[in-house]
Every structure is written in structure tokens, then in C-alpha cells.
Design a binder for this molecule. Structure first.
Ligand SMILES: Cc1cc2nc3c(=O)[nH]c(=O)nc-3n(C[C@H](O)[C@H](O)[C@H](O)COP(=O)(O)OP(=O)(O)OC[C@H]3O[C@@H](n4cnc5c(N)ncnc54)[C@H](O)[C@@H]3O)c2cc1C
Length: 393
């Protein structure tokens, strides 16, 4: 079987790697370079409980499934690529500051925390003092925290490199700097993808172009995934000589901080700004102010990097995963804030669907939108532009 995958982010590469391992002849077409989209911009948190709790929703179940797949996925990927992806279960602390106890959804005194407990999530409630003992850099203003020991992280830039190497070693063909401009169809079937260089023909096509998945021409409206970009900015702080780096991912004061190597990522803004990825002074000041409020000694840390990326969001907030109204054209998109967390499950579900026609997740079917326009997506933005409170990945 021959398959063409559009997009070399974590979704496209993960699926392509699994397809190639499953015996398919796979070509990945990437407009720019490996990981050029949201994947490299992400914080790399594998945070099922912090984001989705432990409920019965299809998304929460999918997150738990993905979280369970991660350790073996990481091990296999590192073995096959020889690239260290920095996967580790460092645990998350979801902290409530005294002034935000009433409104923080992860507050130890908030029903959200009780719900997590009631639903059987593997979490522990900590008082302020115990939370500070776990992360001594925390402000003395901590009222309490939830400790989620199974939350993990990965270096998403290394993850992309590893996936690309493993994919090519499995026999895959990776074409960077080759933009898909059109998908051709005939009588309801996908028949080719057109780039400036040639028309690629295959038995199946996978559209994994992230926030750009709705922008490729040629599809009938009912087959266009209604994905829109949601901008996120992250600051990277450099650890000063002699300073200790936080060990865990810490959520609180409307942001999160998470370690990567000898640096600390502070994120992230959530903003509807079209395809603009410019860096804003507002975002930088807001992230700085919030992280200083969470860990006052961070005031001394210098900004090493500042970046922005575009998350692929869908109208109902769920991933879009499966075959479209055009036969032979599959979509993997709409993972919004959780594309790194979901990656092993996305790769498994979509590769099995293409190769064996099994393992579909009906709740994520692209057919549920039937021609919905991409502009119907609604998100709650962070306050740096006057939006409401919401911590976003
Ligand atoms: C600031 C920020 C922080 C985040 N933090 C986290 C986190 O901690 N944990 C988590 O789970 N998720 C996080 N996310 C979300 C996560 O990054 C995304 O959900 C995920 O990376 C989406 O992966 P993707 O492969 O679908 O898209 P992308 O990584 O965007 O990849 C799509 C690729 O398609 C290519 N492409 C586009 N159009 C074409 C075309 N016409 N032809 C060929 N190629 C094309 C692009 O160049 C790109 O390389 C974060 C996102 C942001 C922005």
C-alpha cells in the first residue's frame, strides 16, 4: 500500500512512522521543515490530569490511553532513532495561590479537585507547606496544590527529529520544502496531491497539516476539516549559575512552568490571531509578571528565547481523526493544546485505520462537522489581550 502524508509535525510523522513499520510505502510532504509548526513551539507536557481530569468524555479516555502508550512509544522511538527525546515522568503540581483559591479550577479547595479525586485520578492533595517542600521556589502565597505524579514531559523539538529519523530508517521518504497546494478528487475518492513539483499518487492520503489543515484547495466543503489556528506564546528562561531548576511542571497563577534541559519554559498565551506568529511585548510582560508571582526568584532569570506557535483547534474542541467524506482521505488534526500528549494514540488509531480499517474513534470522526466553516471555533483567551482567565498549553 502506498500512502502520502501531508505535514511533518508530531501527528504526521507519528502516523507515517507507524504506517512504514506496518509495511506501507509512505511519503511525507512538508511545506517547510520537520516540526516547523506547533510541535516545535509546544511545551512538551504530557498532562492528562492537568488538562482533562479523569472523566468519561471521549477526550479524557483518549488522553489516558495516550498517556499509557507514552513510555513504550518513547522507548521504541529512542531505540530506533538513536535520539534522546527527554521523556520523563516528572509529575505536575497544580497550585492554588491564596488570592485565586475561589476561581482556580485546579484549586485544592475547588470542586474540580474533588471531582478529580472522585473520578479515581491518581492525585494527592497537598497543603501549601508540603507543596513548597516539593518545589521550594514557589511563593509563600500558596494555599494548596494537587500533586499528579504520572504527568510527564518530552522535548518536542527532539521528538520531531527522532520521529523523522525513525521514519526514514523504517523505509519512509521525507520531502521537506514541498507544499501541497491541492488535493485532487474524482467521484468522491481522493486521487492525488499536487505540489509545485509534481502530483503524488497513492492508495491513501493523510492530511496532518496542523492549523493549516483547512487551507488546502480542491476538497468539497464537507471534506474540509474546520480547523483554525490559536496562537500561543512561550518564554524560555535561562537558569542563572548556582540556581536550582524546578523539578516538576507547576501550574498556577494562570500559567505553567516546566523544565527543559537547563532552561525553564513559561507558557502560554491563548489568542485568536489568525496565522500571525509575531512575538508580542504584551505577551512577554504578562508571562513574566505571572511567573514572578508564582516563583519570585524567577525575576532574576533572563529570557533566553521567546517563541510563538499555532495550535490546531476544532469547533467542538475535540480532535478530528478518521476518514473524511472523500474516500481514501484521512485527517489527523484539531488536537489543540494536547497534540503532544495525544501523539502515540493518534499514530496508533490512524495507522490502524488506514492499514486495517479498524480502531476508529467515532467521537472524533471528521464526518461530524459536515461542511461546518472553520470560523465557528470558540476559545477563551488569556488576559494579556483583555480576555478571561484560562491557562492554556
Ligand atoms: C505554545 C504552545 C504550547 C503547547 N504545549 C503543548 C503541551 O505542552 N502539550 C501538548 O500535548 N500539546 C501542546 N501544544 C499543542 C501541540 O503543539 C499541537 O497540538 C501539536 O503539535 C499539533 O501537531 P500537528 O502535527 O498536528 O501540527 P503541526 O506541528 O503544526 O504540524 C503541521 C505541519 O504541516 C505542515 N504543513 C502545513 N501546511 C502544509 C502544506 N500545505 N503542505 C505540506 N505541509 C504543510 C506545517 O509546516 C507543519 O510542519 C502546544 C502548542 C503551542 C502553540
Amino acid at each position: 500500500m502506498k500512502v502520502v502524508v501531508i505535514g511533518a509535525g508530531v501527528a504526521g510523522l507519528g502516523i507515517a512512522w507507524r504506517l512504514a513499520r506496518g509495511g506501507a510505502r509512505v511519503t511525507v510532504l512538508e511545506r517547510a521543515s520537520v516540526g516547523a509548526g506547533a510541535t516545535s513551539a509546544s511545551a512538551g507536557m504530557i498532562a492528562a490530569a492537568a488538562e482533562m481530569g479523569h472523566g468519561d468524555s471521549p477526550e479524557a479516555a483518549f488522553a489516558r490511553r495516550a498517556n499509557g502508550l507514552w513510555p513504550d512509544f518513547a522507548k521504541e522511538l529512542e531505540a530506533q532513532s538513536g535520539v534522546n527525546i527527554g521523556y520523563r515522568r516528572n509529575g505536575s503540581l497544580m497550585v492554588a495561590l491564596r488570592n485565586e483559591v475561589r476561581r482556580h479550577s485546579h484549586s485544592a479547595e475547588n470542586p474540580g479537585a474533588a471531582n478529580l479525586h472522585a473520578q479515581g485520578a491518581d492525585i494527592t492533595m497537598l497543603d501549601g507547606e508540603t507543596a513548597r517542600a516539593k518545589e521550594p521556589m514557589l511563593t509563600g502565597n500558596v494555599a494548596g496544590a494537587i500533586w499528579a505524579p504520572h504527568e510527564a514531559l518530552v522535548d518536542s523539538q527532539a521528538l520531531c527529529r527522532a520521529l523523522a529519523v525513525a521514519f526514514v530508517r523504517a523505509g519512509g521518504e521525507l520531502q521537506s520544502n514541498e507544499t501541497v497546494v491541492r488535493i485532487e478528487t474524482d467521484a468522491g475518492h481522493a486521487t492525488g496531491v499536487v505540489t509545485p513539483f509534481k502530483t503524488h499518487k497513492a492508495d491513501a492520503y493523510v492530511l496532518a497539516a496542523g492549523a493549516w489543515s483547512s487551507r488546502i484547495e480542491g476538497l468539497p466543503p464537507e471534506a474540509v476539516p474546520p480547523v483554525i489556528p490559536i496562537k500561543g506564546e512561550i518564554l524560555v528562561l535561562a537558569q542563572p549559575a548556582g540556581a536550582r531548576l524546578p523539578e516538576h511542571t507547576v501550574w498556577g497563577n494562570e500559567i505553567y512552568v516546566t523544565p527543559r534541559g537547563n532552561r525553564l519554559l513559561v507558557g502560554a498565551t491563548v489568542e485568536r490571531a489568525g496565522y500571525d506568529t509575531s512575538l508580542s511585548q504584551d505577551a512577554q510582560e504578562w508571562l513574566r509578571k505571572q511567573s514572578n508571582g508564582l516563583m519570585p526568584s524567577l525575576e532574576e532569570w533572563e529570557i533566553a528565547e521567546h517563541w510563538a506557535g499555532l495550535r490546531p483547534a476544532s469547533p467542538d474542541g475535540l480532535p478530528i481523526l478518521g476518514e473524511t467524506a472523500v474516500k481514501g482521505l484521512y485527517v489527523a488534526s484539531g488536537q489543540y493544546r494536547n497534540g503532544i500528549l495525544f501523539a502515540p494514540a493518534v499514530a496508533e488509531v490512524l495507522s490502524r485505520l488506514v492499514l486495517e480499517r479498524t480502531a476508529d474513534v467515532p467521537a472524533f470522526s471528521p464526518l461530524r462537522f459536515a461542511g461546518t466553516k472553520p470560523d465557528t471555533v470558540s476559545v477563551i483567551e488569556t488576559p494579556h489581550k483583555g480576555g478571561e482567565w484560562r491557562t492554556g498549553f
